[in-house]
Design a protein. Structure first.
Length: 451
């Protein structure tokens, strides 16, 4: 095998399965036969046909488009999808998808596509938006690490078995020469599709990430702390977060081990922290606004900033780390709904006890309206002043001997639907809304000392 680069042609994906593991850096193919095209399926208002493509750029020969290509004409809201069984069994061996697109020089408006990588059930996928606005042939490269997640469960590369090109709007163009690549250095630990600590550090701190005197990266037991704050005791924080991770694992033994270390980034500069979502979004070819929160977890990366008044074991560090840990082990993205916020707040209180929590719960419980749970647990983002509801409910789910055995099924239901709306989970819990509400109120009164 050529260890400097592996490139496997999808070639209409005719012979890709046989090519896995072989050195194919100089192999090209496209939609050269009708059989190649039959390996794809079209959905929506879209026409796909083989045609002779214009000559490819000479500077990329022989790796550019050549011969026949697939002509796509669509009004939008449609897609072209490779059928199951045509991809390698584990895409985590690769790191980039490449293909070529040709737009007529006279084409009007740009076209936006989404390159999608689906799991077998079609309910979870990675994706990246690409704006097509250049005339002639253009190579599109989709780095696996820098793709976004579907709104249901978080997908996994080893489960991906289909590729799709979704057209958001009208397009008339050619596509050709799909290839999978493992760019140098091949098979390196930080060269896998998931983001590793080094990737996150480079994104967060740029060139300074390579200087250990400026940016410290400490890892152990599937946990990583990255910081440029001189006074942050990174080793102490790492040890603390490892204890948190162990506690979560003990409570949720069915959770999968993380594929890569779960990362917390502590920024020395607050403004740099607040703009990190913008920086990440740019790398993902997306858009985001700066965060106004004290801590923020996005794409499974927990972030916050250094506050000398609160020091190394700042409670928000624990809170955000739990969000990232749940993303990595339960494959549920942080949408700031009751389940993620409830568990994060629960473990924050467990490791950083709040003196007035009993008073907060009892006072709030007595003044809370009767439909508190249905409102807070609608599956939508919850406000900060309702975290106590989510935290106490999650604590009950973890500690009640009748409810804790249902947690694996609860998580599976959320993964399937992409929603934590409580009405959808009541059958799994074996309770009606009134029964859950009564049970929760009784748990709060007993646990927080008012019964």
């Amino acid at each position: 095998m050529n260890q400097s680069r592996r490139q496997l042609l999808l070639a209409g994906l005719a012979s890709l399965a046989m090519a896995v593991g072989q050195a194919r850096a100089d192999v090209l193919a496209g939609f050269e036969t009708g059989a190649d095209l039959q390996r794809w399926s079209a959905q929506g208002k879209i026409t796909v046909q083989r045609t002779d493509g214009p000559p490819g750029p000479k500077q990329v020969e022989p790796n550019g488009p050549a011969g026949s290509a697939a002509r796509i004409d669509t009004a939008g809201n449609s897609g072209l999808f490779i059928k199951a069984g045509q991809l390698p069994p584990d895409l985590s061996d690769f790191d980039t998808l490449r293909f070529w697109v040709h737009r007529d020089p006279e084409a009007a408006a740009p076209s936006t596509i989404e390159v999608r990588f689906y799991e077998a059930d079609g309910a979870a996928w990675f994706w990246r938006a690409v704006v097509l606005d250049q005339p002639g042939w253009t190579e599109v490269a989709v780095p696996f690490k820098w793709t976004r997640w579907s709104p249901t469960r978080i997908p996994r590369w080893e489960k991906v078995n289909r590729l799709g090109i979704y057209f958001r709007d009208a397009a008339d163009l050619l596509v050709d020469s799909f290839s999978l690549a493992d760019d140098p250095p091949p098979n390196a630990a930080d060269d896998k599709p998931v983001l590793g600590p080094d990737d996150v550090a480079s994104l967060a701190f740029g060139k300074a990430a390579a200087d250990p005197d400026q940016v410290r990266i400490v890892t152990a037991d599937g946990v990583a702390v990255i910081t440029d704050a001189p006074d942050c005791k990174a080793d102490d924080l790492l040890a603390h977060l490892s204890k948190v991770a162990a506690a979560v694992k003990a409570d949720l033994p069915f959770a999968a081990p993380p594929a890569n270390p779960v990362v917390l980034v502590v920024f020395a500069a607050e403004d740099r922290y607040r703009n990190f979502p913008v920086t990440l979004a740019e790398r993902l070819n997306a858009r985001a606004a700066p965060t106004a929160a004290a801590g923020y977890t996005v794409q499974g990366i927990a972030t916050s900033y250094w506050d000398p008044r609160q020091g190394t074991l700042r409670p928000v560090f624990t809170h955000e780390f739990v969000h990232a840990l749940l993303s990595a082990t339960l494959h549920l993205d942080n949408k700031s709904e009751w389940f993620q916020e409830g568990l994060a707040a629960h473990y924050q209180l467990r490791f950083h006890p709040q003196d007035n929590i009993r008073a907060v719960v009892t006072r709030s419980l007595e003044s809370a309206e009767g439909d508190t749970l249905s409102q807070v647990c609608s599956g939508s983002r919850i406000p900060l002043d309702r975290y106590w509801v989510a935290a106490t409910l999650c604590r009950m789910l973890l500690e009640d001997p009748a409810l804790s055995p249902t947690l694996p099924a609860v998580v599976a239901a959320v993964q399937k639907s992409g929603s934590t709306a409580i009405e959808k989970l009541l059958p799994v819990l074996g309770l009606s809304q009134d029964e859950l509400d009564g049970k929760w109120r009784a748990f709060c009164r007993k646990t927080y000392g008012t019964e």
